[in-house]
Design a protein around this ligand. Structure first.
Ligand code: AP5
Length: 212
């Protein structure tokens, strides 16, 4: 199974890709997470991407395509993978196809801008393992610590309301056109994402014809 998740920032791509990844036993490749790690390690890619990520703008396609190709070449991707937040532009999608990487389905998580702004203020993430929580809707059973690794949880620096607005604009301008791109290929599955997490997961399973 080769899947990708599309959707506004905070639509639930990371949350749902982690669930589907575990159920199917295939890795998730999240370019946002790879970029945040590169930034905190101060690598060349991190230095190039830093100002884009911190201001909520999309990182140039060439950087993303390089990261993605390097990750997809690893052996754990041979039985399938889930892409979280990539491709994010038509140019990235065209590059994937040109490299012979053909997706089986594209899940678009549908939610309004207003619902996103409310959701983002409550998000907490684990800087160590990447697990995602929400203060009200998906709290950690260990309070301010990660259930999976015990690390203290944090807010993402790009979750400030003004940066979230820039990220939403980037989605509407650059990423939303991918829905038409994948619809033409018969791959697009649109899922209402403003339901409880378990209901969204079930709807994704139904759309893929698998039990999740
Ligand atoms: P990235 O890390 O991909 O951020 P994003 O797309 O903006 O998405 P998020 O991670 O913010 O949200 P999500 O949809 O995963 O939601 P989540 O599951 O966390 O990218 C960051 C930056 O990197 C970009 O701005 C860009 O600069 C750069 N970048 C990355 N990829 C790129 C690319 N391909 N090209 C160019 N630039 C790129 O959920 C959000 C919150 O809601 C959580 O608290 C969660 O617990 C909660 N929640 C989830 N589902 C539900 C539900 N159903 N009900 C209630 N609460 C829920």
């Amino acid at each position: 199974m080769k899947l990708t998740f599309l959707g506004l920032p905070g639509a639930g791509k990371g949350t749902q890709s982690a669930i589907v990844s575990e159920k199917l036993g295939i890795p998730t490749i999240a370019t946002g997470r790879i970029l945040r790690e590169a930034i905190s390690e101060g690598t060349e890619v991190g230095l190039e991407a830093k100002t884009f990520v911190e201001s909520g703008l999309l990182v140039p396609d060439l950087i993303i395509i390089g990261i993605l190709n390097e990750r997809l070449a690893k052996s754990d991707c041979k039985n399938g993978f889930i892409l979280d937040g990539v491709p994010r532009t038509v140019a990235q999608a065209v590059s994937l196809e040109a490299d012979g990487i053909l997706l089986d389905a594209v899940i678009s998580l549908e939610i309004s801008d207003d619902e996103i702004l409310e959701r983002m203020t409550g998000r907490r993430v684990c800087p160590n393992c990447g697990a995602v929580y929400h203060l009200r809707d998906n709290p950690s059973k260990m309070g301010h610590h990660c259930e999976l690794c015990g690390h203290i949880l944090a807010q993402r620096s790009d979750d400030l309301p003004e940066t979230v607005k820039v990220r939403m604009e980037a989605y509407h301008e650059k990423t939303k056109p991918l829905k038409a791109f994948y619809s033409q290929r018969g791959l697009l599955r649109q899922i209402q994402a403003n339901a409880p997490i378990a209901e969204v997961t079930k709807a994704i399973g139904d759309a893929l014809g698998i039990k999740l």
